[in-house]
Design a protein around this ligand. Sequence first.
Ligand code: NI
Ligand code: MN
Length: 227
Amino acid sequence: MKLTYFGHACFQVEIRDKKILFDSFISHNELATAVKTDEIDPDYIFLSHGHADHIADCVSIARRSGCKVVSAFEVHEWLNKQGIANTHPMNTGGKWNFDFGTVKCVVAHHSSGLPDGSYGGNPMGFVFLTDEGNFYYAGDTALTLDMQLVPTWARLDFAVLPIGDNFTMDVADAIRAADFVACKTIVGVHYNTFGFIVVDTEKARQDFQQAGKTLLLPAINETINLS
Ligand code: NI
Ligand code: MN
């Protein structure tokens, strides 16, 4: 499975020739000016929640590519109002079999208002179960005991966790989250984009290493192979 990082909490995973983009926030990210948003052509966009730093480029990418957008029910309704019809509403606890594998929506402790103030429902994380491997994307969330349920559903090859603190888990809590989900390979996201979430990345890598885990922090536009 290949993962390409586009900055902040935006990344793309390729599974069975399907390109799955997560939390499309690129053109407003000052650190991601080298990413050519117009050339991103996914088959799916998964949105963890409705905050602008996760959905800002969703409407334009979805309109151009025709991809299917998967999100909480309320975010789906909002997207429909923006003229994006190819959507799939889900909610926490539910799963669906897509053409690349099965996705289960899990608890994330955060908030989810949409950019125009509309109600966005609850934020979510996603557990992906596929022939090419399994992974968990936590979305924006606090450390939560609910994460201990993840290994009962999936043996993970990797997990994508926020590490930036202030709005989400910090590095120490992300290490505990990695324990809760029983995963040693972590891709860190949601850090260094704004002043509130600056992380000492070298120390973060060392802290994970001391806990017997690997923290991967791909550069923007870098593609890494996982599982
Ligand atoms: Ni958020
Ligand atoms: Mn966020």
